[in-house]
Write a protein that binds this ligand. Structure first.
Ligand SMILES: [Zn+2]
Ligand SMILES: [Zn+2]
Length: 464
């Protein structure tokens, strides 16, 4: 079989593998490149993929860097089925509609500038209508069931523990009479943390394509992370301040809601007002409530039906922009969760503008902040900052709590690959990581298991 890497090679975003046998051609993921202008220029479907001749697409999970080029694939003539678990397809719907809206807003802003400069207007990468055409091809699959998706090609989706519905893909195909078993890890989660189930372990394979986002390091322990979060919130509540959490809608929001509930239930902190000021995070939470069968058994009761709202009576949902603005007049202590997760856009910006100058404000950074993001500036201590055209002096406490990552750290990655690596017969191919993370993981795998992992580049074709 031939596997060509059309993304997430020597970097994290744009996941897309083209798998070719003598009889058929399928894609595993079809993700968007994100993070810099240079990467965003790669957001097209290369002619060599030949969208009209792709038999099927399999999604490992619903994050944009794994599904965001699907509208482009469909525009280029793809008409086959798009497979993924139920949860993955629901999240992909939410994420693709949001991405279409963000692009429409960005394009409008850009075109206003271009009109003034006498330049031609630009078009968005894709629209909401393009996304809708993708959804018509969605075809949900259960976990742990072999399904034929093309001639002499079958797949089995196993739990990856990353976000709701996430899976690794085991693919078995015939090529020139020889059977090959390939594994695509997708993004892998941490073991023994609430919300998601643990990743499923592998048995055997001819080749494993493995994510390496945190190949070079481990996260702080989850227990320490939750304690740090609790202590910080306790301190801020004591000062009657506002706690602002820039949050990612899918996964992180639900994790925080669960831990806030636990803090109240255990009596660590007396309940105080929590505002979920993100329609997208509210919609993502509803998806979690609908699919509790895919969650860690310990948290199912909390998420099922409307239980979140019954268990967290101090939680209020802000739907409209007016409700969001009204939070400016609310007295502390209170906690506001709003997007975007890296503070580059969205409602969190007006909360930051309004509250950064108060010394009893706490800004809790609980997710990855890219190098050029506004969240990174805050963490780096830039002062004053410019928000929405206004200069604001920062007197708030800005703290990063690490350890809530949806990605496996190095030791979890080793745990996942160990059963296959010990057999020493599979090719290990490291993807979805920045170069130093890939290299660190490669050396660690060499040391631990005496294997020789490969690190391919974008556009490389491997024969397996
Ligand atoms: Zn992901
Ligand atoms: Zn990813």
């Amino acid at each position: 079989m031939l596997v060509t890497l059309h993304g997430a090679a020597n970097e994290v975003t744009g996941s897309c593998y083209l798998v070719e046998t003598g009889n058929c051609r399928v894609l595993i993921d079809c993700g968007l490149f994100q993070g810099s202008k240079h990467l965003e220029r790669l957001n097209f479907i290369p002619a060599s993929i030949n969208a009209k001749k792709i038999d099927a697409v399999v999604l490992t999970h619903g994050h944009l860097d794994h599904c965001g080029r699907l509208p482009l694939l469909v525009k280029a003539g793809f008409k086959g089925r798009i497979y993924g678990t139920d949860g993955t397809l629901d999240i992909a719907r939410l994420i693709l509609m949001d991405a279409a809206k963000v692009q429409a807003d960005d394009t409008d802003r850009e075109n206003r500038k271009r009109v003034k400069a006498g330049q031609k207007p630009v078009k968005p990468l894709f629209t909401a209508a393009d996304s809708e055409r993708v959804f018509k091809l969605f075809h949900p699959l259960p976990y742990n069931k072999w399904i034929s998706i093309a001639e002499h090609l079958k797949i089995d989706l196993i739990e990856a523990g990353h976000i709701l519905g996430s899976s690794s893909v085991i693919l078995v195909g015939d090529h020139n009479g020889g059977k090959r078993r390939l594994v695509f890890s997708g993004d892998l989660g941490q073991w023994n943390i609430p919300i998601n189930r643990d990743p499923a372990l592998l048995d055997t394979a001819d080749a494993v394509f493995m994510e390496s986002t945190y190949g070079g390091r481990n996260h702080p322990t989850y227990c320490d992370t939750v304690k740090e979060l609790t202590d910080l919130i306790k301190e801020a509540v004591g000062k009657r301040g506002k706690i602002l959490i820039p949050t990612f809608a899918v996964g992180r929001t639900q994790q925080l809601l669960y831990h806030l509930h636990e803090m109240f239930r255990l009596g660590e902190i007396k309940p105080f007002p929590i505002y979920l000021d993100s329609p997208m995070a509210t919609a993502a939470t509803e998806i979690y409530s609908r699919h509790t069968e895919l969650l860690d058994p310990d948290v199912r009761d909390f998420f099922v039906g409307n239980n979140i709202y019954a268990s967290l009576p101090s939680l209020k949902i802000c739907t409209t922009a007016l409700e969001s603005q009204a939070l400016n007049d609310v007295e502390g202590p209170c906690l506001i969760m709003a997007g975007a997760g890296m503070c580059d856009a969205g409602r969190i910006l007006h909360h930051l503008r309004h509250n950064l100058s108060f010394p009893n404000t706490l800004v809790l950074i609980v997710g990855y902040q890219a190098r050029e993001s506004f969240g990174r500036q805050l963490l780096d201590g830039v002062n004053p900052v410019k928000i929405m055209g206004q200069t604001v002096f920062v007197r708030a406490k800005i703290v990063s709590v690490e350890g809530f990552s949806a990605h496996a750290g190095q030791s979890d990655l080793l745990r996942w690959i160990e059963p296959v690596a010990r057999l020493k017969r599979a090719r290990l191919i490291l993807t979805h990581g920045e170069p130093h993370q890939l290299n660190e993981l490669k050396y660690k795998l060499q040391d631990e298991f005496g294997v020789s992992p490969e690190i391919p580049s974008i556009g490389d074709t491997l024969e397996i």
